[in-house]
Design a protein around this ligand. Structure first.
Ligand SMILES: Nc1ncnc2c1ncn2[C@@H]1O[C@H](COP(=O)(O)OP(=O)(O)O)[C@@H](O)[C@H]1O
Ligand SMILES: [Mg+2]
Length: 243
């Protein structure tokens, strides 16, 4: 079981009478890029928040990096990386100061923080801009910086919730180059996106609708299974047949 990085079994979340996540079960392998697709309101963010130890499941089980979300959520929070759908950076800190802040949260030593900061600024192409205020930089840079902050402590599992929403194509390409590099180093990537070109970069995709997972497979297998040329067509086909 060591190569399983994220696992859920009948995981559910209810808010009052409303079931936002309905008995979902799946496994994600270590180093896999797992795309978590679904229309707005499908239950993606709620699932991610349970897996990050931020929201208590109503029922069911889940493990992240071998830790139980029901009993070990505090340890999970320290170990994983999470880039939330809402903006997580401090707008009135500089790029460099935001990285320092996250380094502090994860208790990196001064030396380690310097090494990680130099590496991340370089790979994100932000060295020359490190003293700019975050509020003044373009969205593509902000999302790159948020990714950098989420991986400052080299987490084995990284949750990215719509990390490239509203970001231009060039910045999105750079962002995905880094995601690929992380996956090659055995980081597990759990990512939601509405961009179907990005979905094609994932090793496997899950398609969620009204709290349930409809299907999980590789992009190629899904296209074969549903006889469509693109993942966008597969997605539309699966969702519209259920509304
Ligand atoms: N704290 C909450 N209280 C009540 N309903 C919620 C809460 N959080 C999310 N929901 C509802 O759960 C459903 C799934 O939301 P969410 O997980 O954010 O979906 P997604 O990320 O796929 O867009 C939505 O209908 C949303 O309104
Ligand atoms: Mg969401």
């Amino acid at each position: 079981m060591n190569d399983i990085s994220v696992s859920t079994k009948n995981l559910s979340k209810r808010f009052g009478n409303f079931t936002a996540v309905d008995q979902i079960s799946f496994d994600v392998r270590r180093g896999e890029i797992f795309g978590f697709l679904g229309a707005n309101g499908a239950g993606k963010t709620t699932t991610i928040r349970m897996l990050c130890g931020l929201l208590i499941p109503s029922s069911g089980e889940a493990w992240v990096n071998g830790l139980d979300v029901n009993t070990e959520s505090e340890t999970i929070k320290r170990q994983i990386g999470y880039m939330s759908q809402k903006f997580s950076l401090y707008q009135d800190l500089t790029i460099s100061e935001n990285i320092d802040f996250y380094g502090g949260i994860y208790e990196l030593s001064d030396l380690r923080l310097k090494q990680r900061k130099d590496y991340l600024l370089s790979i994100l192409g932000l060295e020359a801009h490190r003293h700019k205020l975050t509020r003044d930089i373009p969205l593509g840079w902000k999302q790159g910086l948020a990714l950098g902050c989420a991986i400052i402590h080299e987490p084995p599992v990284l949750f990215l919730d719509e990390p490239t929403s509203g970001v231009d194509p060039l910045s999105r390409r750079r962002f995905w180059a880094l995601i690929n590099e992380l996956a090659q180093q055995d980081t597990t990537i759990f990512v939601t996106t509405h961009y179907m070109d990005e979905a094609e970069y994932c090793n496997r995709l899950s398609i969620m609708h009204q709290g349930k997972i409809i299907t999980i497979d590789s992009p190629g297998a899904l296209k074969n299974m549903y006889h469509h040329r693109t993942i966008e067509d597969v997605f539309i086909h699966l969702i519209t047949n259920r509304i």
